[in-house]
Design a protein around this ligand. Structure first.
Ligand code: GAL
Ligand code: ZN
Length: 667
């Protein structure tokens, strides 16, 4: 079931006309036309200009901007304008400002300076939504609504008294009575037993390690509070507008604090922001993971890339610019992986403010630039790709991902600080990428039936029902691979007793009696020639066959890698942190066992993804190498119009999108 489909592949970005004199606006629209832009997000940070004093709205400039865009044939994703409150709100109501765990107040002057639980903020922001939506619901330019902006980007956790009260309400709702809370939080420990709800606070700065379940619940609560803002704005919008509603997520950039999977049902279409990590020489693999995860959150439906950058950003320590051709590869990689639109932050590079060194579609130097020329090229490319809109992405592999597991595994006082949630996720994802295989990154509760291989990195916290579903999937013939420190606790962060890896013991046919984390930099060797670090454990096979054991380190002779036949399938356990070469070998064996192959065989460094709509398929080929490559394909390259009948040549750094001949087509 498709939730959303736009009327073309969207192309554009955030447009902030309020930062510029009105005389420049017609030139903006002219240049948008030239570039092929068809959608811009307007008004995101405009609350302070729309409501300059409490209760008095000034819409004149926005009326004129929207009319101008409409006359120019540019469609609008209109913001609810609630992303950042105006300074008058904090002056009148300082209690709306967020507080950190140590009580520090976060003042206005940046953005998003509000407590997500503040009823005053909620009320004032919804008034803005009502005013904006009431005025523009029928505006012919508006095709989409943009709730707030990156909810929780800077204010995910607030520890103020208002938030404390809201946290207590949330806990009452979750637990009903205090006895259940005391049990869930394990408060028999360290004299933490609560006799009254009023004694409970957010995990503010403490003397020693804060109660882990209190921390976990506060993370859940905080995500829910931000989600409540999304839902409240959506509810207001739903009474006034008919266009689809979205808010931009931040999936895949290390943004941990919003459980976007739980938010996915609150939007009509999933949209995401993604920026490359300049320090990562393989940043395009991080991009692919983010896109595959966004698609997973969207349930496989098409999604929208709401923001990325034409070149450098301004918020990393060293803001590396994109080399010629990179903008195109980055954008089309998102499309390959299911995006039905490519938007950027932002249209015109700012002259003032904290983001003035951030790239844009129109740079400071103007349109006679590499960036603007590449923007125009991309506009033409996306027009040529119109027919892929609405299609889905082929994937035989699922990687399980859960924000709660992430929160749990990175709590303090654990066996090793070297275990992070994204470590094995990235390692396994990148090994799959190198093998040319596309994966969906999905929640553990997702329907696994279409997948041949299910990869389970570091799923520390897991629910019984999800373990049972995976078990059934393997029994039915699937292959699964689980990495260390998975299945350790239940939803309350209580240890699953009887031996590790707790919830997965039966599926994996192993039992670990003790963890043996390694010292910083310490390496161990395995008898299959691999090396590993960070983690070892005293594991006993309990039905599983041993594939590799340690030859040195604290546990010589103890199994490190095992495989357990379950029904018609098999479950593999990886008990240590394998090096990259060993991870590649492991993934090759898993793919082989599961019968998963890349869409077509491709040389290293070449990204190949297939989108499909029933019988029609498109092969996206992105050449990230510095040499021309060739691979087998039959069809028409939509970007060049060229036919290829057997062999496709893609120049260094270039992209091809082949509408594949159907096997029943005449040759
Ligand atoms: C995003 C944000 C935009 C802009 C951009 C810069 O986090 O939504 O408003 O700040 O980053 O990269
Ligand atoms: Zn607060």
């Amino acid at each position: 079931m498709r939730r959303w489909q736009g009327d073309s592949i969207y192309f554009g970005g955030d447009y902030n006309p309020e930062q510029w004199p009105e005389e420049t606006w017609p030139e903006d629209v002219e240049l948008m036309w030239r570039a092929g832009v068809n959608l811009v997000s307007v008004g995101i940070f405009s609350w302070a200009l729309l409501e300059p004093t409490p209760g008095r709205f000034e819409f004149g400039w926005l009326d004129r901007a929207l009319d101008l865009l409409h006359d120019g044939g540019i469609q609008v994703d209109l913001a609810t304008a609630t992303a950042s409150p105006p300074p008058w709100l904090a002056r009148a109501h300082p209690e709306t400002l967020p507080r950190q765990a140590d009580g520090t107040i976060l003042w206005p002057g940046g953005r998003q300076a509000y407590c997500p639980s503040s009823p005053i903020f909620r009320e004032r922001s919804l008034e803005v939504v009502r005013a904006v939506a009431g005025r523009y619901a029928e505006h012919p330019a508006v095709v989409m609504w943009h709730v707030s902006n990156e909810l929780g980007c800077h204010n995910a956790h607030c520890y103020c008294d208002v938030s404390a009260e809201a946290f207590r309400r949330w806990l009452r709702e979750r637990y009903g009575d205090l006895a259940r809370l005391n049990d869930a939080w394990g408060t028999a420990f360290w004299s933490q037993h609560y006799g009254d709800w009023a004694e409970i606070n957010p995990p503010r700065t403490v003397t020693a390690f804060a109660n882990p379940t209190q921390q976990l619940d506060f993370l859940r609560f905080s995500s829910d509070e931000l989600r409540a803002q999304l839902r409240a704005e959506r509810e207001v919008l739903k009474t006034l507008v008919r266009q689809p509603i979205t808010t931009n997520f931040m999936i895949g950039m290390g943004v941990k604090h919003m459980d976007y999977q739980s938010w996915a049902d609150d939007v009509d279409l999933v949209s995401n922001d993604h920026y490359l990590t300049a320090a990562d020489p393989q940043a395009h693999l991080g991009l692919s993971l983010a896109a595959d995860h966004t698609r997973g959150v969207a349930g496989g439906d098409p999604w929208l890339l709401m923001e990325h950058s034409t070149s450098a950003v301004q918020w990393q320590p060293r803001n590396v610019a994109k080399l010629p051709g990179q903008l195109r590869r980055n954008s089309l990689a998102h499309v390959a992986r299911g995006a039905d639109g490519v938007l950027f932050f932002q249209w015109r590079a700012s002259r003032a403010g904290a983001e003035k060194f951030h790239s844009a579609l129109v740079p400071h130097a103007g349109p006679d630039t590499k960036v603007f020329r590449e923007v125009c090229q991309l506009g033409a490319d996306l027009k040529a790709l119109a027919e892929v809109r609405g299609s889905r992405v082929d994937a035989d592999v699922a990687i399980l991902f859960d924000w709660e597991a992430w929160w749990g595994v990175e709590l303090d006082s654990h066996p090793s600080a070297d275990i992070t949630y994204d470590d094995r996720l990235n390692a396994l994802y990148r090994a799959l990428w190198r093998a040319g295989v596309t994966a969906d990154v999905v929640h553990p509760s997702a329907d696994l039936s279409g997948y041949r291989l299910v990869v389970v990195p570091t799923l520390y916290l897991v629910r019984d029902a999800d373990v049972a579903a995976l078990h059934r999937h393997v029994e039915g013939g699937g292959t699964a691979a689980v990495t260390y420190f998975s299945g350790i606790v239940d939803s309350n962060d209580h240890i699953r007793l009887g031996g590790y890896p707790g919830a997965f013991r039966e599926l994996l046919g192993v039992r670990t009696e003790e963890f043996f984390p390694l010292r910083e930099g310490e390496q161990v060797r395995l008898d299959d020639g691999s090396t590993a670090d960070v983690w070892t454990e005293w594991l006993h096979p309990d039905g599983a066959e041993v594939l590799a054991s340690y030859t040195d380190g604290p546990l010589p002779g103890v199994p490190a890698l095992t495989r357990h036949r379950v029904g018609d399938g098999a479950a593999w356990y990886v008990g240590t942190r394998l090096d990259d070469a060993a991870t590649d070998r492991l993934v090759a064996r898993l793919l082989d066992e599961a019968g998963v192959r890349p869409p077509v065989p491709a040389p290293p460094g070449v990204e190949v993804v297939r989108r499909r709509d029933g019988e029609r398929t498109w092969l996206f080929v992105l050449n990230h190498t510095e040499a021309e490559i060739r691979l087998p394909a039959r069809g028409t390259d939509l970007l060049t119009g060229a036919r290829c009948s057997g062999e496709l040549m893609v120049p260094a750094g270039a992209v091809a999108v082949v509408r594949e001949d159907r096997t029943d087509d005449p040759a």
